[in-house]
Design a protein around this ligand. Structure first.
Ligand code: PXL
Length: 313
């Protein structure tokens, strides 16, 4: 009967280790909510963010702020505002027990929409759950703000940015948020760091500057992780042309990669690699005719391999 005392603990510990391993390797949920407009044609905002997040394994709910026939790069798009439904939609999700690991916002066209996003952030935050909040403060590009952005709307956007964990402005938006005159590039690394740290002082612990460049040949993104006090610059070859929706694609990869456990630097590098690949494919296929958006679909296998391979092993 002595063998019982030897075998039983062995069997017990093997069983315990199996159960522990099973519990430990159980997939963490990756649920995301995206607040953005639905531009029917032209591939930007929801029509690119949803497929990218899905490809990264994130179960994604979408909250459309408006439905448009196309993005604003086309002439006179048909526009249906959905501001009045935004909070009601989020409240319905809440009543049904929806929970998210990440929530992000993009193009918002009025002060009311911007303030509603702040309410939605609060709605999904309690003692049990605190989703990662990404705010892409879409306000302008190349030194000019979009027509709808005046002092008032920009002020609301600043207040929303205070509530973000991850902020992804381009250089135009970054200087606007800092109330500084726009400076054209190239930027030296010291200036990029100063801008990111100054924006982080408002609240977000992670700041990414998109479209950052230090010379005429390359372009990419700079990132700052306040908790690690770490900055990085990730660059890729510059390709001429205007590419709609690439800011949205970048933000979706950033959130999706972080929900998959990547560090800020890793997520930023993956976002630069994927965005650059989408641009490269579009340039090859379309030349200067880029208004219909980038060839992001073709590049999804690359993105999945890039971000998810380690997870699957
Ligand atoms: O990708 C940003 C964006 C989103 N939504 C609309 C836009 C733009 C940029 O032009 O026009 C309607």
């Amino acid at each position: 009967q002595v063998w019982v005392f030897i075998v039983a603990p062995l069997v017990g510990s093997a069983l315990a280790s199996f159960v522990f391993k099973f519990l430990n390797t159980e997939e963490k949920p990756r649920r995301a909510a995206v607040i953005n407009d639905l531009s029917g044609a032209g591939k930007c905002s929801l029509t690119v963010m949803l497929p990218v997040l899905s490809a990264l394994g994130c179960e994604t709910s979408v909250l459309p702020t408006a439905v448009l026939s196309t993005h604003g790069g086309f002439k006179d798009p048909v526009y249906r505002d959905l501001t009045d439904d935004m909070l009601k939609t989020a409240q319905h999700w809440k009543r049904e027990g929806a929970e998210f690991e990440g929530i992000c916002s993009g193009y918002l066209s009025s002060r009311e929409q911007i303030d509603t996003v702040r309410e939605i952030f609060e709605l999904f935050t309690d003692e049990h759950s605190r989703p990662l909040r990404l705010v892409d403060p879409v306000m302008g590009d190349n030194g000019t703000l979009y027509g709808i952005f005046n002092k008032e709307t920009a002020q609301s956007m600043s207040r929303l940015c205070e509530k973000a964990d991850i902020l992804t402005p381009n250089m135009t938006e970054a200087y606007c948020l800092l109330h500084e005159p726009f400076k054209d590039g190239p930027y030296d690394e010291k200036e990029l760091k100063r801008v990111m740290k100054a924006l982080s002082d408002f609240g977000p612990k992670i700041v990414i500057l998109t479209g950052a460049y230090t010379d005429g040949k390359t372009i990419g993104a700079a990132c700052y992780d306040r908790e690690k006090d770490e900055t990085a610059l990730v660059l890729s070859d510059r390709v001429p042309g205007k590419y709609h929706g690439t800011g949205d694609i970048f933000a979706a990869v950033m959130l999706g990669a972080m929900l998959n456990g990547k560090t800020v630097k890793e997520a930023c590098a993956a976002a630069v690699r994927y965005t650059a690949k989408c641009i490269e494919e579009t340039r090859k296929a379309c030349g200067d005719n880029t208004i219909w958006g980038v060839k992001f679909e073709k590049c999804l296998p690359f993105l999945m391999h890039d971000v998810l391979t380690e997870n699957d092993e």
